[in-house]
Design a binder for this molecule. Structure first.
Ligand SMILES: [Zn+2]
Length: 401
């Protein structure tokens, strides 16, 4: 249920003084989008703060007692016992994290989405998705951290370089598998079965190397009222996924523009570039981890074979913190890619009118605050504010057909 409607705070805009990038929202819609953006920001900050506080507490207080307790059952320091202790330690840390973070996840993922009329899920439906997401993250995390410690234990001093190489391979593998194995766990995905639309977007994709066989309809409406589209996959799994919410609620011209935006990501190799940049981030992250780890182990003698299992929460904390610090940079790059794809979409379709109406529709549907605070954008937004995306189009010379 949406919040109790509040009267618009500002007077009605005069028609002739429409500012550049105007989203065409009523005062009430704008206020609601602002309120949703504020709640979202507070939840994001609380979530990150909670993650750091929890990991810091576990890293400083718990690892030694947990390790001692685990050693009663797995006493030796051979690789089998150490691996099992690591798995147990990981499961304990994650179980604690789920307990600590569940209330906020429930509030931001379910309560808030319903309050703003954006969720189509029952509580059971939400809980099932939440469980699936966490089980998947648990399975991946287990493989990744076990792999990481094996690399530390067996390769020694330059483990961080080898770990970065391994991380790159995992990213490529995940990039390939995500659209065929992971997304279908959450959404119904089927080939686009709309001959006329397929023909239109087939023409847009011509010459870009993207095959029209790679265009899919993704059933988002089961989960949300929001509309979206995405480019996913690598190589043979490369595809464009168009939300059913988008296909059902937007005109063919508007869909053209959004599809062309996704082709832009494909044409400019954005996914590949992100993965390549990941090599730099992960090398730096694992190196920092190495420096801090060798300082944290008392009487460090340079023997990586002996890096103790109790360091796991510390490693998780360092990597989490590093990823958070890096996020603004990654978001800045992502916003740049989005602008590049926006310009491409305008040029490719030549339809400024459809571009403007598509993004206005998206903003209204998704309750996007068109003018979020610049600091919020700088830190957390992977996409430029809608008002900027509209202003860019209004200022562009692209023909309006
Ligand atoms: Zn995009």
């Amino acid at each position: 249920m949406p919040d109790e409607a509040q009267p618009p705070k500002q007077p009605e805009q005069t028609r002739e003084a429409k500012p550049l990038g105007s989203v065409g929202m009523t005062g009430q819609q704008l206020a609601e989008a602002k309120r949703y953006g504020r709640y979202d920001l507070v939840c994001t900050l609380a979530d990150k703060g909670l993650d750091l506080a929890y990991l810091a507490a576990v890293a400083w207080l718990l690892p030694a007692p947990i390790n001692l307790w685990l050693k009663r059952y797995l006493p030796t320091d051979n690789s089998f016992d150490m691996s099992l202790r690591l798995v147990a330690m990981f499961l304990i840390v994650i179980a604690g994290h789920v307990c600590v973070s569940f209330p906020l996840s429930f509030y931001s993922g379910h309560v808030l989405e319903h309050r703003f009329g954006l969720s189509n899920l029952t509580f059971g439906g939400w809980l099932w998705r939440y469980a699936k997401r966490n089980l998947l993250a648990l399975a991946f995390g287990l493989v990744i951290f076990l792999g990481l410690y094996w690399i530390i234990w067996t390769t020694g001093r330059y483990w961080w370089l080898i770990a970065a190489g391994a991380f790159f391979c995992v990213s490529v593998l995940l990039g390939q598998l995500a659209p065929v194995l992971i997304l279908p766990l959450f959404y119904k995905i089927e080939k686009l079965d709309a001959p006329e639309l397929s023909q239109r977007i087939g023409r847009l994709a011509e010459g870009t190397g993207l095959s029209i066989g790679g265009v899919y309809r993704i059933g988002m409406s089961e989960e949300t009222a929001k509309a979206n589209a995405m480019l996913a996959g690598l190589g043979r799994t490369r595809r464009v996924l168009l939300g059913d919410t988008l296909l059902d609620g937007f005109t063919p011209e508007e869909i053209d523009v959004i599809f062309a935006h996704e082709i832009g990501h494909h044409v400019f190799h954005h996914i590949r570039k992100m993965i390549a940049a990941g090599i730099i981030y992960s090398t730096a992250g694992f190196w920092v981890c190495d420096r801090l780890l060798t300082n944290a182990v008392p009487d460090w003698d340079g023997k990586y074979r002996d890096v103790p299992v109790w360091t796991l929460p510390l490693v998780m904390l360092i990597l989490t913190l590093f990823a958070m610090l890096l996020e603004p940079l990654q978001n800045a790059i992502s916003r740049r890619y989005e602008r590049q794809s926006d310009r491409y979409a305008l040029k490719r379709t030549g339809r400024k009118d459809a571009y403007l109406s598509a993004f206005r529709k998206l903003a209204k549907l998704n309750k996007d605050d068109p003018h979020p605070h610049w600091l919020d954008v700088l830190l957390f937004h992977s996409h430029p504010p809608i008002a900027q995306r509209l202003a860019m189009a209004e200022e562009s010379p692209a023909a309006s057909a």
